[in-house]
Design a protein around this ligand. Structure first.
Ligand SMILES: Cc1ncc(COP(=O)(O)O)c(C=O)c1O
Length: 383
């Protein structure tokens, strides 16, 4: 049975005042996430340094992320950001042999290209896979780029610029045939759709809590396939990455036997509270339900845009689309600001305004956006 989406929407007080289409940047705040922040504050006032509880919060986040991705908790590192997880992973990869290529796509968020370029002094060679004339990146382009020298294919699931979703199973198949590893950047997908790392058969995955996972900034995660956890030894380390954190041994680096070896220092305790609450909502609502709802809303938005003659640059095919609908404009920043003045919260990248949907949006949100665009057409329609 379909959940009562209007009741679920009521858990986000902001939505009674704003048309919130910005979950691809930062989610709306849920009542229970706000309460989790407050619980941390109450705890500090009541107890002070409640380390025993705080450690369980970090472990709760690890367990929930593992459930969400269909991984084991030992395959999950809880990190300060996607960038922190990628840096730890990169530090463990050897680029000195003949397999030194890292293949990234034109759809990457900067951090998932910059960090691989940062490995160039260590021997990495970064290759970029470009788009076709229609703006999408077809499998053939990956086929041309991935070869026997490829160590890692590091790709985004959904492009932060235009909402395009890559064909991950297709790319994984190509990578496997050449013996390359695959890293999935799921920041723009995880929480807005079902992402099962075992079904997708990726070796590594990263994501964070401030967008579709309903948490906060300053906390993310890295999934490492069990088979690689012990053979990858990060040089990016710290006391929370050790096998025995309380040993306080300063004579050696003894990495944890689990993916905790990709962590570093003191966990972001308050962020763990918020992340736990956000993850619990996503698991309660269910990612299959969320995926269907988001797909229906983005489809509706694309159809309505077409009806008013203001066509999105996001792929039309359901299989090639995430939660964002990108709307071209002659001045995307000014259009986003004009929408904000009408309490419609979007963001902008390149020449597009991004309308990013979550399950808490509804068809009225689509209509509010469409009506505003019709009003603002003269000033902001693309040239
Ligand atoms: C796809 C994607 N990857 C990575 C990041 C950056 O993550 P972090 O700031 O946690 O390093 C973002 C942030 O917007 C993103 O959208």
């Amino acid at each position: 049975m379909e959940p009562n989406f209007e009741a679920l929407r009521g858990e986000f007080p902001l939505l009674s005042r704003k048309t919130y289409l910005n979950s691809g940047s930062y989610c709306a705040l849920a009542d229970t996430v706000k309460a989790a922040f407050e619980a941390y504050m109450d705890d500090r006032l009541a107890v002070g340094a409640d380390w025993d509880v705080w450690v369980t919060k970090n472990e709760a986040v690890r367990d929930l992320v593992a459930r969400l991705l269909n991984a084991s908790p030992d395959e999950i590192a809880v990190t300060a950001s996607v960038s922190a997880g990628l840096n730890a992973l990169a530090s463990a990869i050897d680029f000195t042999g003949p397999r030194n290529k890292v293949v990234v796509s034109d759809f990457e968020f900067p951090t998932n290209a910059q960090i691989w370029h940062a490995q160039e002094p260590r021997g990495a060679k970064v290759v970029h896979v470009g788009r076709d004339a229609d703006g999408y990146i077809p499998l053939e382009h990956f086929e041309q780029a991935i070869d026997e020298e490829t160590k890692l294919v590091a790709i985004t699931h959904v492009c932060f610029r235009n909402g395009a979703k890559l064909d991950i199973p297709g790319i994984v198949k190509i990578a496997r045939a050449k013996g390359a590893l695959v890293l999935l950047d799921g920041y723009q997908s995880i929480g807005s759709m079902s992402v099962d790392v075992k079904t997708l058969d990726v070796d590594f995955a990263v994501g964070g809590m401030l967008k579709y996972l309903l948490g906060t900034a300053g906390i993310g995660f890295l999934y490492v396939r069990e088979a690689f956890v012990r053979s990858l030894v990060p040089t990016n380390s710290g006391w929370f990455a050790q096998e025995n954190i309380v040993a306080m041994d300063i004579t050696a680096n003894r990495p944890s036997m689990s993916a905790r070896r990709f962590e570093a220092g003191t966990p972001a305790v308050v962020n763990c509270y918020a992340a736990e609450a956000g993850l619990e909502i996503i698991l309660r609502v269910g990612t299959d339900v969320i995926e269907q709802r988001v797909r229906a809303l983005t489809r509706r938005c694309m159809e309505r845009l077409e009806e008013i003659g203001w066509v999105s640059v996001t792929p039309d095919l359901d299989a090639r689309r995430g939660a964002t609908v990108a709307i071209p404009s002659r001045d995307s920043g000014a259009l986003s600001a004009a929408l904000m003045a009408r309490d419609i919260v979007t963001s902008h990248r390149d020449a597009n305004v991004r309308a990013a949907f979550h399950y808490y949006n509804n068809e009225d949100d689509v209509e509010t956006l469409i009506a505003a665009l019709q009003d603002l057409r003269e000033a902001y329609f693309p040239n």
